[in-house]
Design a protein around this ligand. Structure first.
Ligand code: ZN
Ligand code: ZN
Length: 412
């Protein structure tokens, strides 16, 4: 097995420990063998050495909420305008782009099937390790129903991109859950409330009955999986928690009671502030209709307050981007935005350690510790002083390692 040592780095291991100055990380095969403090005198003989002097070593970033198959700003329109082949080709480009930004793992929150996970795992295409949910499960008129209020055709199912399905009733959602599980997804995703980018609902609404949500959770748990729910309002959060849903996506409209409920349930919150910021300022340029921008602004207005309430309540807070189409290049901005509320270390740990917990990979991912997979990034500068480093990723991320393999090394 090849041994490689990254020496003289400032190591932020994201366990919650203080940064380690002048430390070394020894990588053997695909895993971290050792983390050494002080001068690298104890390096294994024959190790290839990469001197990281003056730079900061971090665990590979994890994006807890992506739509890797989102290729345009409008997630329903793109499905009408693109052949499946084009959606797949553009998804492949999104995967490479995510890895280029230092995200060595992502959790897809709707659209990507397990084939993309397989293609990355087999090394067919560069991309982050993937955790997928396949098609999103949505009710008629729900957040994944792309029909305008004036349209009466049946919902159309798609095979790629931001694929979703419309299912009503306990039997139908049960079948939908079983079908995704049959295909080998890692988790399930339901729309438990209205959404900003959908054409026929409002963001403060709740969607699905308790019976339907419970049926999805029951099927997921039977198969050892969990369920993520798109929610903004307290009502949709409450229904989700009562049904046993493990992760609340967005949560922008939550009150103190909602935050406390998430904490008491031991569920995760996945804020996705950057997508509201970007859609609010750039959405019109990408053709997003006014009705959607109006709802985006409603969600943005409460986004920071919701995060602060969750932080005060002691909720386990993750980090997601939820960026659509061409805006996916701004993934790293979420860290800066969450740092405004959680502080820089809080935002870093959300995007590493807590996101690893979210995808049930604490034993493999999320921190720089012996025994874990060697997913590492090296950045020029100190993210604790400047969280915008991740936005200038082409220049400022000098090394990206995934499972011990060097994807990028500009140290020469
Ligand atoms: Zn959502
Ligand atoms: Zn989403």
């Amino acid at each position: 097995m090849e041994t490689l040592a990254l020496t003289n780095a400032v190591i932020i291991d994201c366990t919650g420990a203080e940064p380690l100055e002048g430390g070394s990380v020894v990588v053997e095969g695909e895993r971290i063998k050792d983390v050494l403090a002080g001068p690298p005198g104890r390096l294994p003989a024959g190790a290839e050495v990469i001197d990281c002097r003056g730079q900061t070593l971090l665990p590979g970033l994890i994006d807890g909420h992506v739509h890797i198959g989102s290729v345009e700003a409008g997630f329903t329109e793109q499905q009408r305008r693109n052949f499946t082949s084009v959606l797949v080709i553009k998804t492949v480009k999104n995967l490479k782009e995510a890895l280029d930004q230092g995200f060595t793992t992502v959790r897809d929150a709707g659209g990507a099937d397990p084939g993309f996970r397989q293609a990355v795992a087999e090394g067919l295409i560069p991309g982050p390790r993937l955790f997928v949910c396949g098609r999103v499960i949505s009710q008629t008129g729900g957040h994944a129903d792309g029909r305008l209020p004036t349209e009466f055709h049946r919902p159309v199912e798609h095979a790629a991109g931001t694929a979703s399905g419309i299912y009503d009733g306990v039997d139908a959602v049960r079948l939908a859950a079983r079908e995704q599980i049959r295909q080998g997804v890692d988790h399930l995703k339901v729309m438990a409330g209205g959404g900003a980018m959908s054409p026929a609902d409002e963001i403060d609404t709740a969607q699905y009955s308790l019976d339907e949500l419970k049926a999805v959770v029951f099927e997921a748990e039977n198969a050892g999986k969990y369920v993520a729910a798109h929610c903004y309002s307290d009502r949709s959060i409450r229904h989700s928690l009562e049904s046993g849903i493990r992760s609340i996506e967005h949560g922008n409209l939550m009150t103190e009671a909602g935050a406390r409920a998430i904490k008491e349930a031991g569920a995760y919150l996945v804020p996705t502030i950057v997508t509201y910021e970007k859609l609010s300022t750039m959405g019109r340029d990408f053709g997003v209709p006014e009705n959607n921008i109006r709802k985006i602004d409603q969600a943005l207005e409460k986004a920071y307050q919701a995060l602060a309430l969750a932080q005060e309540a002691g909720v386990k807070i993750c980090s997601g981007s939820d960026l659509l189409g061409p805006m996916q290049v701004y993934k790293g901005t979420e860290l800066e935005l969450q740092a405004r509320v959680m502080g820089p270390m809080g935002a870093l740990m959300a995007a590493t350690r807590t996101n690893a917990e979210l995808v049930r990979q604490s034993h493999n991912l999320g921190t720089i510790e012996a025994g874990k997979l060697a997913d590492l990034i090296l950045v020029k500068g100190d993210p604790l002083r400047d969280m915008t480093i991740f936005q200038d990723y082409k220049a400022k991320i000098s090394l990206i390692m995934q499972g011990g393999g060097l994807y990028k090394n500009s140290l020469g």
